[in-house]
Design a protein around this ligand. Sequence first.
Ligand SMILES: C[S@@+](CC[C@H](N)C(=O)[O-])C[C@H]1O[C@@H](n2cnc3c(N)ncnc32)[C@H](O)[C@@H]1O
Length: 326
Amino acid sequence: MFTNCPIKLEHFFTATRNTDLATFHPALHQALAQHYEQSSHGRTTQWNHVLELLPKLDNSHYCFDQNSISVTTLAKIDLDSFKYNLKALTPWRKGPWNLLGVRIDSEWQSDWKWRRLQLHITPLQGRRVLDVGTGNGYFLYRMLGDGATSALGIDPNRLFLYQFQAIQNLLPANNAHMLPLCSEHLPPFNYFDSVFSLGVLYHRRAPLNHISELLSFLRPGGELVLETLVVPGTDDTILIPGDRYASMANVWFLPSPIALENMLRRLGLVNVRIVDINQTQICEQRSTEWMPFHSLPQFLHPDNKNMTSEGYPAPRRAIAIGIKPG
Ligand SMILES: C[S@@+](CC[C@H](N)C(=O)[O-])C[C@H]1O[C@@H](n2cnc3c(N)ncnc32)[C@H](O)[C@@H]1O
């Protein structure tokens, strides 16, 4: 089954065969066949080779509830070649990680985002969680570290699948899973206790459809946690960049915080609130040894750090929370 996928998809299907998600297995198989199997990436052979060279452990220890997700082992590992092979999966955008003593200083200090939302969400203890646009899965481990019973991530980015599987290969069996799909490819699960969409809405051409999809994944009474780029303004403010925004070509839609709240309410969520608004600082998103390309410092205006290089308001992110009515 799906032999060209680095992720061991059968683990997800086995782990969920006795849950309500099993009803959706045929639809997920079909979506994977249509959207994953039929497209490829030019670096697949190289990344498959790297994954072969990276260690596979089942006796490691891990800590998911600290800022840097860390994995340790008593097994003897050649750290130089381990680091070299991890580097072959660059860029590492989300982290940080401390893998067997190798510290991956990712482009983003993702733990800062987690800390900003952690205090405001319904505690994850015992909850089934879906993370839409999970990247390499950093937040899946933070969710398990905070007590979630299972954490399913979806993301179409091929490199991130390899990073996730490289980390899974270091860990004992656990309840983090990843499917290489987009949210618009998923069936309406009506199942998850908490659904996260962090940093995805502005990439979508149809942002209202994205929120409707997220709602359809939640069980009645479940909680949506949505983080996205916003701009200052009132309920009649939405920025659609003329071309790039902060050098990103795929940014479509930046509402004001109040417009974002209105979108969530109009689509049926209740108890909607914005719990955090934060302008991204260059110490949170920057180039590192593990992400050597341009980053936020180069995306801002050289003379005014409150503007992007295109002259738009500098990136600021809002976290919105709402409940699907029971
Ligand atoms: C800016 S990154 C955010 C990653 C992570 N959630 C975070 O907050 O750090 C956006 C991620 O969403 C993924 N993505 C983009 N469109 C998506 C879609 N339609 N469904 C699921 N994921 C998507 C991208 O591949 C990328 O990994």
